[in-house]
Design a protein around this ligand. Structure first.
Ligand SMILES: [Zn+2]
Ligand SMILES: [Zn+2]
Length: 269
């Protein structure tokens, strides 16, 4: 591992809670703080990361599956937090006890920020949370991105992903499982809507386009518990890639992020 090696480790992924560690040899960034503080510490301990060694927490948006641990976690470890202005409003509204404002940093989409030796850029995502964004990370020549909670893949988001070596991409629901499933109609419409989540088919189309440009490693994440299964999401993406004559483990690697425990890291460079 050299100074430029970029590692993406999903700690928890899915509608039950999201957190991902993005790290290099000397920098650790936590993206989102879902689940609980206890569960986050547990996951970090499992991958031998001391929470006090985290340089910053980046938040994608203010839905509870991304911030439910933030309140306690940041008061306990006093870490700098980065979020867009609109997301900050949501975080403050959800806090039980306010944390020190000296820890708050505003992130502006499309403007690069440097945290440790990682260059970070936020990009806007179509989702039903104000100020919602995804993140792109660069160290030397290595680039990775996290793109979940996306109603649909926009050309602007694709621009941020297309030269990345590895991407954690949303595969939220299988269309048949959603429409034949138990959710009330209004919720089905919300999930499948332009400001909802990315389905397996759209994830697969994006995966093909990404692998045609640069990507070699993909993590499918933020799977719905009720409307998807890891094997269904993986099969949909693999089929689409293989239809384009791309071979698994030769031309690309696909893994599905685990819901309740840290996943194998995606290592770039
Ligand atoms: Zn959301
Ligand atoms: Zn979410």
């Amino acid at each position: 591992m050299n100074q430029d090696t970029l590692t993406i480790t999903p700690l928890y992924s899915g509608s039950s809670g999201n957190a991902t560690l993005v790290s290099t040899a000397d920098t650790r960034i936590l993206v989102d703080a879902g689940m609980s503080c206890k569960k986050l510490v547990e996951a970090l301990t499992q991958i031998s990361v001391n929470p006090y060694d985290i340089n910053a927490v980046l938040i994608t948006h203010d839905h509870s599956d991304h911030i439910s641990a933030l309140d306690v976690f940041t008061r306990k470890f006093a870490l700098p937090i980065y979020a867009t202005n609109a997301t900050w409003n949501g975080i403050h509204a959800a806090e039980k006890k306010p944390h020190s404002p000296s820890l708050d940093y505003e992130i502006l989409p499309e403007k690069e920020t440097t945290i440790g030796n990682i260059r970070v850029t936020a990009f806007e995502t179509p989702h039903d949370a104000k100020g919602s964004c995804g993140y792109r990370f660069e160290v030397g020549k290595n680039k990775a991105a996290l793109a979940t909670d996306i109603g649909y893949m926009t050309p602007a988001i694709f621009e941020y992903l297309q030269d990345c070596d590895g991407i954690l991409l949303e595969a939220n629901y299988d269309k048949d499982m959603l429409w034949n499933g138990p959710y009330p109609y209004y919720l089905k419409q919300r999930i499948a809507g332009l400001f909802g989540h990315l389905c397996n088919d759209d994830c697969a189309t994006t995966a093909v386009n990404l692998c045609k440009t640069k990507a070699r490693k993909l993590i499918l994440g933020h799977l719905s518990q009720e409307n998807n299964l890891p094997q269904v999401a993986e099969r949909t993406v693999l089929r689409a890639l293989e239809q384009e004559s791309m071979q698994k483990d030769k031309d690309f690697i696909v893994q599905v992020a685990s819901r309740y425990c840290p996943s194998a890291p995606m290592i770039l460079g």
